[in-house]
Design a binder for this molecule. Structure first.
Ligand code: ADP
Ligand code: MG
Length: 250
């Protein structure tokens, strides 16, 4: 069973091959990390998955749908960015509600006759999400009044509220201090399992990837050097380069 299937994807920026022949299959509900050093192409791959960037060649299938040429807003993919990208002028409630408001607006435009039926109770959905993530007391605050860990939960709430088929996270822990990083890592893991959402998580930190992932795709120089369970990568690295990266980046 495959939820996300990436086939022979390549991308150049100028003379640089940033992604070379990337193929990857992710199972439904699986937590997969892209692990590799800075500059190896992790963010570029996520941006291509989310539609913010175009690949030169290759295919992306999500469920039964081929995504090539599909606009970002139509891809059924949620993304959490490194800096969380919350809107500072909006409250937590408004930040989490935003994807639902945007979706309702576009549906209104497309099918006016169903307007009444899609005017769902956004407030109730936001309240339910806030309860699940235990951030109810924060709903009326602005992002500036939150701690790093709280911002992280709000960003997750905003990402999860559309119930997308795929969650992408680009180094979501890297702006947190060491203690909070461990705690938030465990929270992300727990929330991911609770929602059962298929997840691709980007990190350059091998201990983080080992702790949180069902499988890890080790990326080196724009290629996937190994794709396997954490224990297997530890026990049987596919190449000297993988062994060196795993062993020297603690
Ligand atoms: P990572 O997220 O693994 O650190 P990136 O995907 O951000 O790596 O970048 C991979 C390579 O592609 C780097 O060499 C980076 O400089 C280059 N790159 C990324 N985006 C662009 C762009 N828009 N134009 C030109 N080069 C880029
Ligand atoms: Mg990056």
């Amino acid at each position: 069973m495959t939820q996300l299937s990436i086939g022979q994807l390549s991308k150049r920026f100028g003379a640089v091959d940033v992604l070379r022949d990337i193929s990857l299959d992710v199972r439904p509900g699986e937590f997969v990390s892209l692990l590799g050093p800075s500059g190896c192409g992790k963010s570029t791959l996520l941006r291509i998955l989310s539609g913010l960037e175009q690949a030169d060649t290759g295919s992306i299938r999500l469920g039964v749908r081929e995504l090539t040429g599909v606009a970002p807003s139509e891809r059924d993919i949620a993304m959490v960015f490194q800096n969380f990208a919350l809107y500072p002028q909006m409250t937590v409630r408004e930040n989490i509600a935003l994807p639902l408001r945007v979706r309702r607006l576009s549906r209104w435009r497309r099918m006016l006759r169903l307007g009444g039926a899609v005017a769902a109770d956004i407030d109730a959905e936001v309240a339910a999400m806030a309860r699940t993530l235990e951030i109810e007391p924060l709903l009326d605050r602005k992002p500036a009044a939150l701690s790093g860990g709280q911002r992280q939960r709000v960003a997750l709430g905003r990402a999860l509220i559309r119930q997308s088929s795929l969650l992408l996270m680009d180094e979501p822990l890297s702006s947190l201090d060491a203690r909070l990083r461990l705690q938030t890592r465990d929270e992300i893991s727990q929330i991911q399992r609770q929602f059962g959402i298929t997840t691709v998580f980007v990190t350059h930190d091998q201990a983080e990837a080992m702790a949180i992932s069902d499988r890890i795709a080790v990326m080196l120089g724009g290629r996937i050097a190994q794709f396997a369970a954490p224990e297997e990568i530890y026990r049987a690295p596919a190449s000297l380069a993988v062994a060196e990266f795993i062993g020297t980046t603690r």
